[in-house]
Design a protein around this ligand. Sequence first.
Ligand code: LLP
Length: 417
Amino acid sequence: MFQIGHVDADRIAAKYGTPLYVYDEEVLRQKMESYRNHFRCSEFETGVIYASKAFCCKEMIRLAGEYGLFLDVVSAGELYTAYRAGFDCSRIFFHGNNKSLQELQMAAELGTGTVVADNLQEILLLREVLKKNNSEMHVLLRVNPGIEAHTHEYDVTAGNDSKFGISLAREKELTDAVFLLESDSRIHFDGLHCHIGSQIFEMQAYFEEIRTLFAFAAKLKDRYGISVNTLDLGGGFPAKYTENDHPLPIAAICAQLLQKCCEERKNCPDVRRILIEPGRSIAAEAGYTLYTAGFMRDTASRHYIFTDGGMSDNIRPALYQAEYEAVIAGKEDAEKTQEYTIAGKCCESGDILIQRALLPQAETGDLLIIKSTGAYGYSMASRYNKLPVPGVVFAADGRMKEVVRRETLKDLTSKEL
Ligand code: LLP
């Protein structure tokens, strides 16, 4: 029987029902530990910031805390979840291109460690908030180096026309921002942040990013006497979704990033701290979605299996043409004789989870498991067609525990007046 965290998948499904998100907690721990152990070097202070957008719930945030990771949040909602999880707010980095007054106020009141400022307007608002709250804040400035890493176009976050950060081509805007940050005694301007995309396999894109950031930090120093002590390289490190994906191991990614930083350091010796923000590469491979196979339909060219979930619990195939692999629990060793299209139950033709899955003969009632759904699945779930959001279970060492309960029908109307 297919196991997750050494628990038989059919036992998990029998106890908690389907559709269900299940995480192998051992894998989550391995990934976090790997980042913690390998993103280190003698030349720099280093820090790993877990990008909670990939998978955000209290239990996951507690785990990140246990491994000494920092936390990236992008909204009052993620910040609140971190606060409720008991995460040390001074270790939080607050991102986002359009933070509201309320969000900045909340960040200040909770003692959030660092705000990653995206634009001039935000810096002005933050200055007002800190004055009113009589508090201080570390700030990184998000810059856009114009590097386009090869990934899905929606996942590109640093092309020249990106909505994120100030383009390095706009020098006046950048220096205005830095001067505004430097001139406020409540703000500790630490340095620069940049994120060039997601699911990036080419290390070359990161090397280019690192080179560009060091060069810009050097320019700030030489021309304006401004010292940059921190560079945050963002996230985007890849995960394995299918047999065709061959991501570098976390250890190799960390080593290569740091080696490049060491090489570039001569250009700007003020830089003493390097940060990264992995999300997907921690959460994706640990996650599975369990479905029960429902009705089946043959068409001219397809054999459909319908599942009890779909694009509401995993929007990625419909949104990014993301590819996944499936197994039928209990039939792992059976011969794969049939190509199926695995579709969800939403009222939309695009609600297809896997276009072509080679599987053993499937039957209604089978437990169908889609692998590597741990990042941006639960966190991007919707209630389309009023499908309740599935629960989340962690499994490890032969034990399982529910960490987010399944939504009920009652939950669905609970906010409706
Ligand atoms: N830091 C910043 C500032 C980010 O914007 C992101 C992701 C990350 C870190 C983490 O990136 P990761 O290591 O997870 O690639 N919904 C899309 C992914 C959007 C990523 C947005 N930003 C998907 O499902 O592919």
